[in-house]
Design a protein around this ligand. Structure first.
Ligand code: SAM
Length: 276
């Protein structure tokens, strides 16, 4: 990268951050927010761009085990077509490519059974900061033709899911969004919103994002998870930290939650009393 020393406008900095393929498909709102914050801490354009990219990497790209191969994955799913066993096999293979879904695979069926036990069958789901989790739809036991909204920060991921949803038998829509953005539209009313391992990421972008987001969600149930794992296995300190964090949020909102522990994450089912 040619060294740049003169000050640049925020628009120019954002354009430069997004000028390589890896960052080009990210939500412009997220890129702008993080670049603006880095520009408020340092002056050299090259430093701003480097730090902004590093934070964007941590927020999103770091979860992938390599460059996502959306075209190949879509081709394999399309070839599997109506062969449900093969569709599941391909979904499992692809979910291994993202750390969050990869970690969940060993207890995937138990995880969705626990959610279904609490909330019953649903006909609309919003999967917020979804990563590759919509590929777990075959394990979710959703109503036929269930509406499924998938939101994350990547436009190429959204295009992939738009093509995949008909194969998975849901009435799906995939959008690019920045959930840390206070005014970001989070959709209409849903039976359940999934917020899996997402709130800590949003807090890193902008403090207070979790509470603002929970206030804006219009869903009867929320299935929220937090990571429970460090390198050594379930981490008591981490669990207690997040448990207290969620308890504070729910206190603010006057909501309560039912907790279920899984080997690598803790699931909380929250019922929104305003929607009973
Ligand atoms: C820990 S992963 C969880 C993925 C998925 N929910 C799961 O558990 O399988 C965090 C996800 O949040 C997304 N993300 C990060 N910052 C975001 C933001 N500001 N708005 C929306 N999504 C965001 C990342 O791209 C990533 O897919």
């Amino acid at each position: 990268m040619k060294s740049r020393k003169e000050p640049l406008s925020l628009d120019e900095l954002v354009r430069l951050v997004q000028s390589t393929r890896k960052y080009s498909t990210l939500s412009p709102s997220l890129v702008r927010e993080i670049t603006a914050e880095e520009a408020s801490k340092r002056t050299k354009p090259d430093d701003i761009i480097k730090h902004a990219r590093s934070r964007l990497h941590q927020a999103a790209a770091a979860y992938f085990t390599g460059t996502p191969q959306y075209d190949t994955w879509l081709k394999e799913l399309a070839e599997a077509g109506s062969d449900k066993t093969r569709v599941r096999e391909v979904c499992l293979e692809v979910m291994r490519r993202h750390a969050s879904t990869n970690e969940r695979l060993e207890y995937l069926s138990e995880f969705y059974s626990a959610i279904a036990r609490h909330i019953g069958k649903v006909s609309s789901v919003a999967d917020m900061a979804c990563g590759l989790n919509p590929l777990a739809i075959p394990w979710m036991d959703l109503d036929a033709g269930c509406q499924y909204l998938a939101l994350d920060v990547y436009s190429d991921m959204a295009s992939f899911f738009e093509s995949v949803f008909p194969i998975l038998g849901v009435d799906g829509r995939a959008v690019v969004g920045n959930l840390a953005e206070p005014g970001e539209e989070v959709g209409s009313e849903f039976d359940v919103v999934f917020l899996f391992k997402t709130l800590p990421c949003l807090e890193q972008v902008r403090k207070g994002s979790s509470l603002r987001l929970l206030r804006r969600l219009r869903a009867r149930f929320m299935a929220i998870t937090y990571p429970a794992l460090s390198l050594g296995g379930r981490d008591k300190g981490m669990e207690e930290f997040y448990d207290a964090q969620l308890a504070n949020l729910l206190d603010e909102l006057g909501w309560s939650a039912k907790r279920t522990d899984f080997p690598r994450e803790t699931l909380y089912i929250v019922e929104n009393p305003a929607r009973l």
